[in-house]
Design a protein around this ligand. Structure first.
Ligand code: ADP
Length: 484
């Protein structure tokens, strides 16, 4: 099968969250299964200045956005043999951020990603690659099915292509004011409840859900949750209309990128069969972050986008309880100013016990996964979550709320003794969080039980292979159920 994965972020070129990891590793797994997969993303400053060996191709196209002509220049690199294309346009993408600054989103995001969608389709004609499947991801590429099924309908070049839209996070819906349609050169007739209109605005994501041949999201539990009014963030009705075409496929991890035995950011490599190195990493982390160097004190960590979704309010509510317990707390986070300011205020109050680092730092994140005992993810909702998977691989037991992909991947000894690999609580309350924490701290005192859980987590097959096979089944269904 020929597959083009269209994503607004791809590891290692540009990343703000889990989508980048998926887009950087699913293609390799599909390639290993014998398919011709390619990836395309915008050429941001992180790409241009990131030391990658990009080749400038002679291919470029002119894209009309509501009457203004904008040039899209193609650049190319590859990732373990998977061709990666970049769309360059300095006006739209030569900026520090992918979507905005800490103050908020860029005001022209509709034009930036409207341009991206149009440019992808136009450039396809110039490539010697005609995909069977256009695999789109989140709102940033969700206009592609809209364009294909409206203004490009009947164009024989695109006629055989099937579209799959994967929703990585329903919280980001690509909402813009109605005049955006005209600015992007889209048909004003799309401003209806059956197409892009969404509570007086237009939604790129809704366009994708309505017009894509098939839709998926990143875990079976999240798939079911988003069909309910409680978790559907206004989209549940739209998704229920398409639930026969909606799949839930768990994300995997790239075993080469996330392996404590190969990770050069760590002070000592370790593995499930040789865990001694994990302790050395814990001591090094404690030292580096100014914590008391106490290998037997349980170290609880968070590595997270600072976003309400991640259950940060629960952490604040539970803060006094957390601090009253014999543990150390480490947080690495970046994101919204309201959240960074709150954690900034907690930073210096507990010397030796708390280390809060604000910012995005991949190497430190890896040292935290390796040096921690418990990895806290009290998310209000979590489509899949990669943090808990990485934590499992690095022998840090996840302590999570039972939601979305966390419910599918973390099993509590109280529910599933033979599969247990972490600790799970249900209610979004600080009491429930602290009760689960206490069970985890009790288990920590019993070294043999603890190590059994750690090893089980580290030995789990979290790779992409199984999920890539599921994506292939979904691609096949996408082509079978093509809509005209
Ligand atoms: P989301 O995509 O919602 O942010 P995931 O758990 O799916 O959450 O993926 C988060 C990814 O981003 C993980 O690889 C995690 O290690 C990484 N990450 C999150 N915040 C930071 C940070 N401040 N510094 C470094 N890596 C981070």
């Amino acid at each position: 099968m020929k597959i083009l994965l269209v994503s607004s972020e791809v590891t290692p070129f540009a990343k703000t969250g889990g989508l980048a990891d998926v887009a950087g590793s699913l293609p390799q797994a599909l390639k290993r299964l014998g398919h011709d997969v390619r990836v395309i993303l915008p050429c941001y400053d992180t790409v241009r200045k990131g030391g990658f060996a990009l080749r400038k191709s002679r291919k470029s196209v002119e894209v009309s956005l509501g009457g203004t002509i904008r040039k899209a220049q193609l650049r190319q690199d590859s990732l373990d043999g998977v061709p990666v294309y970049f769309i360059e346009n300095a006006d739209f993408f030569a900026r520090d951020g992918l979507y905005g600054t800490p103050e908020g989103d860029y005001p022209d995001n509709a034009e930036r990603f409207g341009f991206f969608c149009r440019a992808v389709l136009a450039l396809l004609r110039r490539l010697d690659f005609r995909p069977d499947i256009l695999h789109l991801n989140d709102w940033q590429s969700a206009l592609i099915p809209v364009l294909l099924r409206t203004e490009l309908a009947g164009d024989p070049f695109y006629a055989s292509m099937g579209t799959l839209l994967t929703i990585h996070n329903l919280g980001y819906q690509g909402l813009f004011p109605p005049p955006t349609l005209g600015q992007l050169g889209l048909d004003p007739a799309l401003y209806t409840v059956d197409a892009l209109e969404y509570w007086g605005q237009i939604s790129f994501l809704k366009g994708g859900v309505v017009f894509a041949d098939r839709i998926s999201t990143v875990s079976p539990t999240y798939r079911d949750e988003i069909l309910t009014p409680e978790m559907g963030i206004g989209f549940d009705g739209i998704l229920r209309d398409r639930q026969d075409a909606l799949d839930g496929i768990l994300n995997g991890l790239d075993p080469k990128l996330w392996d404590p035995q190969l990770d050069t950011a760590l002070v000592t490599p370790y593995s499930a069969t040789s865990l001694r190195g994990k302790n050395a990493n814990k001591k090094a982390l404690q030292k580096a972050l100014g914590l008391a160097v106490e290998p037997s004190t349980p170290l609880v960590a968070m590595v997270t986008r600072l976003d309400t979704q991640k259950g940060l309010e629960l952490v604040h509510q539970a803060w006094d309880g957390l601090m009253a317990r014999n543990l150390q707390f480490v947080l690495l986070g970046s994101g919204e100013k309201t959240h960074t300011e709150r954690f900034e205020r907690l930073k210096d109050g507990y010397p030796g016990k708390v280390a809060i680092t604000l910012g995005f730092n991949d190497a430190l994140a890896r040292r935290i996964y390796a040096g921690s005992d418990l990895f806290l993810m009290p998310s209000l909702y979590e489509p899949c979550g990669l943090g808990q998977l990485i934590a499992l691989r690095y022998g840090s037991l996840p302590l999570v709320r039972r939601t979305g992909g966390l419910a599918d991947t973390v099993h509590d000894p109280a529910d599933a003794p033979l599969r247990a690999n972490g600790f799970v609580f249900n209610e979004p309350s600080s009491d429930a969080l602290l009760a689960a924490l206490d069970r985890a701290l009790d288990a920590y005192q019993d070294r043999r039980t603890w190590l059994r859980l750690v090893k089980r987590g580290m030995e789990q097959d979290l790779s992409w292979t199984r999920s890539a096979e599921k994506y292939l089944e979904t691609y096949t269904k996408t082509l079978e159920n093509r809509r005209d």
